[in-house]
Design a protein around this ligand. Structure first.
Ligand SMILES: C[S@@+](CC[C@H](N)C(=O)[O-])C[C@H]1O[C@@H](n2cnc3c(N)ncnc32)[C@H](O)[C@@H]1O
Length: 256
């Protein structure tokens, strides 16, 4: 399959998800305020995989003087953008020159790195294109434990949703060369997330929805504990989700 066809397959997948995306309760969760706190002072923000603009709209509401640009592969996901500029670029083929042209001093990326073919390569592209002291704030959902049974369950379950990477906090850290970046990692836990809300609104095929639901109801005890599963009387499961927010700053003493 050529790279072009690849991009169009990805675009089709995200275009289909656009209508239901904002019904996902996690989209407005507290990771937004942690990202905003980490952002500090900046003049131009680039949001990678901006989607429906949850991150950009939060930052704009707090710092209306800065400039804002989003990148997203899907025009349907990112069409609501009067307040910022959107570029439809596949992040798998982003270049340092693209970054230099936009010249942000802040880059954000919430819940997009697990979709990128080579996340480490994207981090290197950012490093090559950003100026010293520019900041990159990355936010990803992570497996809540490095226990093999839990990691395997998570990876297997997500196979029924989409092709993606499984991240642990240490996998995210390993994307950054500590000689080139100053890195800080924070964990955020959100409580009582509804399994049904997620299954119904996250683009899982009709055939795979019951498989994913059953995998939760039949999950091993280690998974039930790690996610603090609570079964409800209306057939839902409420669960705790863990996110990592990693703030990486380009070191000013880096010499090629
Ligand atoms: C899970 S959504 C996250 C949206 C937004 N960052 C948020 O936090 O609400 C992932 C977004 O990344 C975009 N995306 C996925 N793969 C991409 C790629 N290879 N290049 C550019 N955008 C991509 C999708 O279109 C989608 O809008």
């Amino acid at each position: 399959m050529s790279l072009k066809e690849n991009s169009s397959e990805k675009r089709k997948y995200w275009d289909k998800r656009a209508a239901a995306y904002n019904k996902l309760s996690w989209v407005k969760n507290k990771t937004l305020s942690v990202i905003a706190d980490e952002a500090g002072q900046y003049n131009k923000c680039l949001d990678l995989g901006c989607g429906t603009g949850a991150v950009l709209k939060t930052l704009i509401s707090l710092n209306g003087d800065a400039e804002y640009v989003g990148i997203d592969i899907s025009d349907s996901m990112s069409k609501d953008h009067e307040l910022y500029q959107v570029k439809n670029i596949d992040l798998d083929i982003l270049t340092p020159e693209d970054i230099i042209k936009i010249s942000p001093d802040l880059v954000t990326a919430r819940m997009v790195m697990h979709h990128i073919t080579n996340p480490g390569e994207l981090v290197n592209v950012l490093h090559s294109g950003l100026d010293n002291n520019a900041k990159f704030i990355l936010c990803e959902g992570v497996v809540p434990s490095s226990d093999g049974e839990i990691v395997d369950w998570y990876t297997e379950m997500f196979k029924y949703k989409e092709k993606r990477h499984t991240f642990l906090p240490e996998t995210l850290l390993s994307l950054f060369d500590q000689e080139k970046w100053d890195v800080k990692l924070q964990k955020v836990v959100t409580r009582d997330n509804s399994l049904s809300n997620w299954i119904n609104n996250s683009g899982i095929s009709a055939d795979n929805q019951p498989i994913i639901r059953d995998m939760h109801f039949d999950a091993p005890e280690s998974v039930v504990k790690a996610y603090n599963f609570k079964r409800t009387t209306n057939g839902d499961i409420l669960m705790d989700w863990e996110f990592v927010i990693l703030t990486a700053t380009v070191k000013s003493n880096f010499v090629m």
